[in-house]
Design a protein around this ligand. Structure first.
Ligand code: F3S
Length: 465
């Protein structure tokens, strides 16, 4: 059921694929019915039997039923801290708001303070104009309500809205082996792959219930077996591949299976502050162009360092990615603009949110591009997305780059570009992006970095686009 009606050219949208969306391959999922088959501890059984109140009973019964669908036979205690995907307050999330308010009114809180995905809008830094803003404000008129109930349930603060919660500036960084019940696909992918934590791809609502209980069912990507790779990806490119293109190619191929990727160690080195942006963006593209919740990079990510190719499942399949394959993937992206050759209206950089180093790189790139053309400011409105904490840390660490970014007319915004661009009144904007995730979920056009700089500097599409 991939891309039906679109001639098969659009990147797969995980919302329309036959995946379990948990990161647990549908081939292995075994639905069960009937009585609880999970082995509960005495404490869990007491909650299950209603001895701690009706709300917690409903919560644990829901979580147990969810686990049993995937043959989990026990719950595990969660570590690290929670992160939630729901960040938009609209009438569409009324059922969640209703449940969350009941939980908060009963004085329940998550097992540790939590962070959440970026809000859909940042009118202060990315103003869509008075006409659109009036409509957008109406659509998201329950944003304050969501924030208020989140704060009561244990959200860290009103500034903690970012999908890149795991960077040190945000501080919600789980340790290797921590069990989590996260729900943001890109953060799940990073936590599992780069940090070695263990979480399935949970849905909204299930995340909150697990995190109120401090427990989640043990299955899929939380188990040693579920972290094994049925795919070997052999990267044979002539240089470090663009993370968005490699991630897109892998996601489209393996869908939600775990890939074990080789051929990058010499290009990338190790996982550190310098490479975390690349790892984040590659993973987010696998998670949105497919539904990958975990990848292993030979010699780089923790599970791969410890176990090496023993992580490959018997009978694994192989996919070779070379320069030609990446070009084929790039060329397959459709142009969904109402006027395919229109001048771009805005440039969106950073979905998932940028790291401090990525803000510096883009600041330098934009400045260099403008200077080379003898220009002093961007010709197309340009937005770089980041959390408040990352923006502040960037301004502190690289004050000169931060100043030149502002002088050059680029803006750091705190919201989610994908949600901005999938809001009805804004979805016809002809915007460009460096993110495959934004491309998949909106009509935004994806361009490589040099082309984006060209657009920023000239306001025009690159030649031939
Ligand atoms: Fe983050 Fe929004 Fe992109 S939540 S990953 S900026 S879609």
């Amino acid at each position: 059921m991939l891309n039906s009606g679109l001639g098969g050219h659009i990147g797969t949208d995980a919302n329309f694929t036959l995946t379990t969306q948990t990161g647990y391959s549908r081939a292995d999922a075994k639905p069960t019915t009937g009585q609880s088959k999970m082995q509960l501890t005495a404490e869990e059984q007491a909650i299950y039997d209603g001895k701690h109140g009706e709300l917690l009973q409903k919560a644990i019964r829901t979580v147990v039923a969810y686990g049993e669908l995937f043959s989990a036979n026990r719950l595990v205690d969660l570590g690290g801290a929670p992160h939630m995907a729901m960040s938009w307050g609209t009438d569409a999330v009324e059922p969640f708001l209703k449940i969350y308010k009941q939980l908060a009114d009963a004085g329940l809180k998550t097992y540790k303070p939590f962070t959440a995905d970026p809000k859909p809008m940042d009118n202060e830094n990315l103003d869509p104009g008075p006409k659109k803003r009036a409509i957008v404000d109406k659509i998201y008129d329950r944003e304050d309500e969501l924030q208020e109930v989140n704060l009561r349930l244990g959200m860290r603060s009103k500034d903690d809205w970012s999908c890149v919660c795991y960077v040190k500036e945000m501080g919600n960084t789980p340790k290797r082996g921590d069990y989590l019940a996260w729900s943001e696909s890109s953060a799940i992918n990073y936590a599992n792959s780069v940090l070695g934590a263990r979480t399935n791809r949970n849905s909204m609502g299930i995340d909150m219930l697990c995190n109120i209980l401090g427990k989640a069912p043990l299955f899929g990507l939380m188990t040693d077996e579920g972290r094994k790779a049925p795919w070997l990806i052999v990267v044979k490119t002539t240089k470090l591949p663009h993370p968005e293109l490699l991630g897109s190619a892998i996601g489209l191929k393996v869908m939600e299976a775990v890939p074990f990727i080789t051929g990058l160690k010499d290009f990338l080195g190790e996982a550190n502050d310098r490479t975390s942006g690349w790892l984040k963006d590659m993973g987010a593209a696998t998670a949105s162009n497919g539904a990958v919740g975990l990848y292993h990079l030979e010699g780089i990510t923790p599970d791969a360092i410890e176990h090496g190719r023993k992580l490959l499942k018997d009978g694994y399949q192989t996919y070779v990615v070379d320069d030609a394959e990446l070009k084929r993937v790039y060329d397959s992206y459709p142009n969904l603009w109402k006027d395919p050759h229109h001048k771009p209206e805005r440039v969106f950089i950073g979905c998932p949110h940028n790291t401090v180093e990525q803000l510096r790189e883009w600041g330098d790139r934009i400045d260099k591009g403008l200077k080379a053309s003898g220009k002093t400011a961007v010709a197309c409105p340009t937005y770089l997305f980041a959390s408040k904490y990352v923006r502040d840390a960037f301004q502190l660490k690289y004050p000169d780059v931060a100043k030149s970014l502002t002088d050059n007319g680029a803006v750091i915004a705190l919201n989610c570009p994908m949600m901005y661009l999938s809001t009805p009144v804004e979805m016809d904007e002809m915007d460009v992006t460096n993110s495959n995730k934004t491309r998949v979920y909106t009509k935004g056009r994806f361009f490589l970095d040099d082309d984006l700089v060209h657009i920023m500097v000239t306001g025009e599409l690159p030649p031939g686009a």
